[in-house]
Design a protein around this ligand. Structure first.
Ligand SMILES: Nc1ncnc2c1ncn2[C@@H]1O[C@H](COP(=O)(O)OP(=O)(O)O)[C@@H](O)[C@H]1O
Ligand SMILES: Cc1ncc(COP(=O)(O)OP(=O)(O)O)c(N)n1
Length: 268
């Protein structure tokens, strides 16, 4: 079994962050490990409080795993300050981490800032060049290019611009545009589109985390980036299709639908 590490924030309601990543890793047949960068008090309606972890504790979590266990892929999510970003980038570079998927988390769906605005420059400078795959949503891609994205053509152009910041592959997620849910992959040579139906549901908490974690799990299992993005897109689409109507806001995606169905623990 392959081993995948998530470096991200904890989401107390279990829909995004560390919790979504670990469920995704398990659902996709990999062994999940975590380095917690922040603890959020969060439910389906919003983020109430955030406490960053000390940078030396983040470093210790990452280093002790690499010193003991083979890490086949790494997913990076919420890294809220310049100090934490520099720490994570330094540790992963020093350990020679492979298959790094960086989800440049900036603002939660509920509108809470999860990246300090002043840390954006550090994310661009230190994290993007380390990434094998970077997975911004449309608002994040707009910040990275300092421009607006309204069409599929804009997404393709933005993917090219973000590629110039140093990642080996760019996937711009199309969840925030209307019409089909189309994600755009650019590898420095070609643009590939991954389209799926837009599902009419409000239970989309953690879609971005789920998608990036799935790419990391598939890379760990030996898929190429293109194969991993295709498989992750299928995975997140199913997880959204069976999203759980929990709470009063955006419920989480469902990671184990097929497994639970097979086990007979879902109502017909
Ligand atoms: N309503 C939806 N129906 C189908 N796919 C969706 C929907 N919303 C998001 N997705 C897909 O979920 C993944 C995450 O995208 P997105 O929601 O844009 O990320 P984030 O959670 O970071 O904002 C992408 O593959 C996107 O195409
Ligand atoms: C702790 C934590 N990390 C990341 C997010 C954002 O996750 P994302 O998958 O982009 O989902 P939504 O915020 O769009 O639901 C988060 N909320 N919390």
């Amino acid at each position: 079994m392959k081993h995948v590490l998530t470096v991200a924030g904890s989401d107390s309601c279990g829909g995004a962050g560390i919790q979504a990543d670990l469920k995704t890793f398990s659902a996709l047949g990999t062994y999940g490990m975590s380095a917690v960068t922040a603890v959020t008090a969060q439910n389906t309606t919003g983020v109430l409080m955030v406490q960053e972890m000390p940078a030396d504790l983040v470093a210790a979590q990452i280093n002790c795993l690499f010193d003991d266990i083979t890490v086949d892929a790494v997913k990076i999510g919420m890294v809220s300050s310049s100090e934490i970003i520099a720490t994570v980038a330094g540790c992963l570079a020093a350990k020679g981490a492979r298959h790094i998927v960086a989800d440049p988390v900036m603002v939660s769906k509920s509108g809470h800032q999860l990246l300090q605005p002043a840390a954006c420059a550090t994310l661009i400078e230190l994290l993007l060049p380390l990434a094998d795959v970077v997975t911004p949503n449309i608002p994040e891609a707009e910040v990275l290019i300092n421009g607006s994205i309204n069409t599929l053509a804009d997404m393709k152009q933005a993917a090219r611009e973000i590629y110039r910041l140093g990642p080996k592959h760019v996937v711009i997620k199309g969840g925030h545009l209307a019409g089909e849910a189309v994600d755009v992959l650019y590898d420095g040579r070609q643009v590939e589109l991954f389209a799926g139906p837009r599902l009419a549901t409000r239970h989309t908490h953690g879609t971005g985390c789920t998608f990036a974690a799935a790419i990391a799990a598939y890379l760990a299992r030996g898929f190429t980036v293109k194969e991993a993005v295709r498989a992750a897109k299928a995975y997140v689409t199913t997880a959204i299709a069976h999203g759980l109507p929990l709470g009063r806001g955006h419920g989480p995606t469902h990671h184990f639908y097929a497994l639970y169905k097979q086990a007979g623990v879902l109502p017909e």
